[in-house]
Every structure is written in C-alpha cells, then in structure tokens.
Design a protein around this ligand. Structure first.
Ligand code: HEM
Length: 399
C-alpha cells in the first residue's frame, strides 16, 4: 500500500492553521461539514472526514479504512500494537487484553480500590479549601487506577503519569524534537522493565489484571506484544478520563441549574458523562489509511490515501445533535462517537465511565462543600487531536 501524502484527485483543499485548531477547532469543523465534508488539509497531511454519518460508514468498513497507518508516530514510539493493527492480529491482542475492563470485572475487581484511592486523594486536599482538580485529583486518580487494572504493582501513580506524558508527547512529535524522543525512550524502557516483572509475577500467580490476562491468553501473546500494548494503554488511559472529568465538572460549575438537577438525581451522572464526552471529545480525531479505492463524501479516494476520522466534529453534527454546541445532559439520546466505533471501540470505556461518573464527580460534589470555580486565567480548553482543560482551579469551604 503506497501512501500519497497529497490530496486525492477532486478532493477540496482547505488550509487550516494548527494554532487556531488548538485554541478552538469547532468553527472550522462546522464550515468543513457544511462545505467540504471530506477535505485535504495540508497542515495535517490527511483528508479530514467530518460528518457523523460518513465517520460511522468508515468505521463499519475496517477492511477498507485500515488502522495500519504507514509511518505513524505511535508505531515509532511504542512498536506494533492493537490500535494500529487490523484483524486477525488486532482481534488476537484485543481478546487477550480486554476481559479485565468489562463492566462486571470493573464492578467486582476494581471499583472498591478506585473508590479508596479517590477518597485518599480528597483526604489529602480537603483541608486546603482550594486545588487544581486536574493536577491534584483527576490525573493521579486515573493514573493509580490504570496501574491497578494493568497489573503494574510496583509503579506509582506519579510514574504512570510521567510515562503517559512522555508517550503522548512522542505521539505528537511532528516537529521531530530529539529531547521528546529521548524522554519517550526512557519511559518505554521503564515500562518494559515494569511489564516484564509484572508478567513474571502473573505467570506464577494470576491476578485478574490486563497483563495477567495477556500472559494466560488462549492464543499466545509474546512479552514484547504485552509491553507495546501496555505502552499504548498508558499513553491514552490517563488523559482521556482526566479530561472528561475536568470538562464535565467545569461545565456543571458554570451551569448551576443543570448541576442542581444532577445532584437531585444520581442516575443523571451517566448522562453527564456521555454528554461531556460528546460535547468536548477527549480524542478529537484518529487516522486511517485506505486499502483500496473508495468513494466517500463525494470524493473517490485512491488506495493508500490518508484519512483522519474527526470524531470531535461528528459529535457536533447538527443533523444528529440539535443545538450541538450546547452542553445539555438532558438531550435525547443519540449515539456519540467519543469512544470510536467498529473493532477498535475503546477498550477502557467502562473503566472510564465508572471512575468518572460513578466516583469522581459524585465525590467532589458531596465532599467539597460549596465547590466553586476560582476563575483562574490559566483554566482554558486546549487542543484538537486531544482536547481538555489545562487546569481546573476551584475553591470550597475547608472543613
Ligand atoms: C473517557 C475516556 C476515554 C475516551 C474518550 C477514549 C477514546 C478512545 C477512542 C476514540 C479509541 C479508538 C481509537 C481508534 O480507533 O483509533 C480508543 C481506543 C482504545 N482505548 Fe480508549 N478512551 C478512553 C479511556 C480509556 C481507558 C481508561 C483505557 C484503558 C483502561 C483505554 C484503552 C483503550 C484501548 C486499549 C484502545 C484500543 C482498542 C483497540 O484497538 O481495539 N481508553 N479509546
């Protein structure tokens, strides 16, 4: 499969400034959906597919819209892994890794420990009366929970956070900064050591974790495959739950009437989660590459074409979501795209749903009395490939 880094014949070419996208990609996406739902964007080096229905169609055809993107930075950073594989290799790795992240396992194996960690973190800040809930609560919570589910017994939440940051920086290292590669290499070596140790322990004594599940899988999985997949999961499994937590808490603190309704009906937290992930999707887009020529959104893409499925745009498509730019947990249910679709549908969806909507949000609003935004100038939404709040400074009445 050759990979033309150019526009497909007949595809509209749209110039977009990456800094503008980083600040707020939604006006550009609205214009693309209206005028050029498949457009070649030179600064991204891909065709952006922006309408909900076209993204769903692409996700239903994984044999045409392949996840094996040539020259992907993710491959360079972590090596071959399930996210950038197609079936049957994808299915073999996914089936080996997935069981510990299913809803029942989340409830039976992990929920108790997640809750204890959340309380411990809140105990540490409750007396202060002020905090950045991203750095002081959501990120260490997501990192500690991930270490547990993966089975990394010797890694601290701070290790997992640092590794995650190093992986994410390398995955976005389009500028080829050597320092970024160096940090990623250090992190990958540390992860490989930690996984080798955990795999050895799980071989002797299975513990229900992702590493243990991969070690004991029916279809054999090599140690290097376990290491690479753990690197991918560490790369993504911290930021996204943290970002949904931050954006949802911020939206509710800005809309007291919605917050009052949610606090009166605990079942509403689930709707808040899905609406937050739709409204500001933590992963804004991901790549695919065509295995054969295919016509979509009025353009015939040749084999090898690079496409970005812009799920953040599909999630604001007015033909599916009325008043799509508005945060409204009471809106009629429509399937959003924040967890992707098709065979690569997020493996951590139930972990994230539980830690954020069943624990983190209800706990901050019940334990931190009089919680309010501190209106800090550094708290802002940022990013387009990944998007979330840079920080969430709040105050409350210290006990
Ligand atoms: C709100 C939180 C999260 C969001 C919005 C999210 C979003 C996504 C998306 C959009 C994909 C598909 C990417 C693609 O097809 O190229 C994905 C895949 C994946 N996610 Fe998540 N994620 C979240 C949390 C997590 C967590 C906590 C974990 C780990 C416990 C995790 C593990 C994975 C894995 C392993 C895949 C690859 C699955 C496969 O290739 O079959 N995610 N996620």
């Amino acid at each position: 499969m050759s990979a033309p880094a150019t526009a497909a014949p007949g595809a509209p070419v749209v110039e977009l400034d990456l800094e503008d996208l980083r600040r707020d990609p939604y006006p550009a996406y609205a214009e693309l959906r209206r005028t050029a739902p498949l457009a070649w964007v030179p600064s991204v080096g891909r065709h952006l597919l922006t309408r909900h229905e076209d993204i769903v169609r692409a996700e239903k055809l994984p044999e045409v819209f392949s996840s094996r993107e040539e020259g992907s930075l993710l491959l360079r950073t972590v090596g071959p892994n399930m996210l950038r594989e197609d079936d049957p290799d994808h299915r073999r790795l996914r089936s080996a890794a997935e069981p510990p992240t299913r809803p029942r396992q989340v409830r039976d194996l992990w929920a108790g420990a997640f809750e204890k960690t959340a309380h411990d973190l809140l105990d540490g800040i409750a007396g202060r009366g002020e905090a950045d809930l991203i750095a002081d609560f959501a990120e260490p919570l997501a990192a500690a929970n991930l270490a547990l589910v993966l089975g990394l017994r010797t890694a601290s939440a701070a290790d997992v956070s640092d590794w995650s940051r190093a992986m994410m920086a390398a995955n976005g290292n389009y500028a080829d900064d050597p320092d970024v590669w160096l940090r990623a290499e250090r992190a990958t070596r540390a992860i490989e050591d930690a996984v080798a140790e955990a795999a050895e322990a799980a071989r002797r004594e299975p513990d229900g974790s992702v590493i243990s599940s991969m070690v004991h899988a029916a279809a054999p999985v090599e140690l290097s495959e376990i290491q690479n997949n753990v690197k991918v999961i560490i790369g993504g499994g911290v930021n996204e739950p943290r970002d949904v937590f931050g954006v949802g808490a911020w939206a509710l603190l800005n809309r007291p009437e919605v917050l009052d309704r949610v606090l009166a009906d605990p079942a509403a937290w689930k709707r808040v989660f899905e609406e937050t992930a739709r409204w500001v999707s933590p992963i804004g887009m991901y790549p695919r590459q065509l295995t054969e020529a295919y016509e979509i959104a009025g353009v015939t893409l040749p084999a090898g074409s690079r496409v970005a499925l812009v799920i953040a745009s599909g999630n604001r498509d007015e033909s599916v979501f009325e008043r799509a730019g508005e945060f409204d947990p009471d809106r009629p249910h429509r399937p959003h795209l924040a967890f992707g679709g098709g065979p690569h549908f997020c493996m951590g969806a139930w972990v994230a749903r539980h830690e954020v909507s069943a624990l983190a949000w209800p706990l901050i609003f019940s334990r931190l009395r009089g919680l309010r935004l501190a209106e800090h100038p550094d708290d802002r939404l940022d990013g387009w490939v990944f998007r979330g709040l840079t920080s969430l400074n709040v105050t409350w009445q210290a006990a």
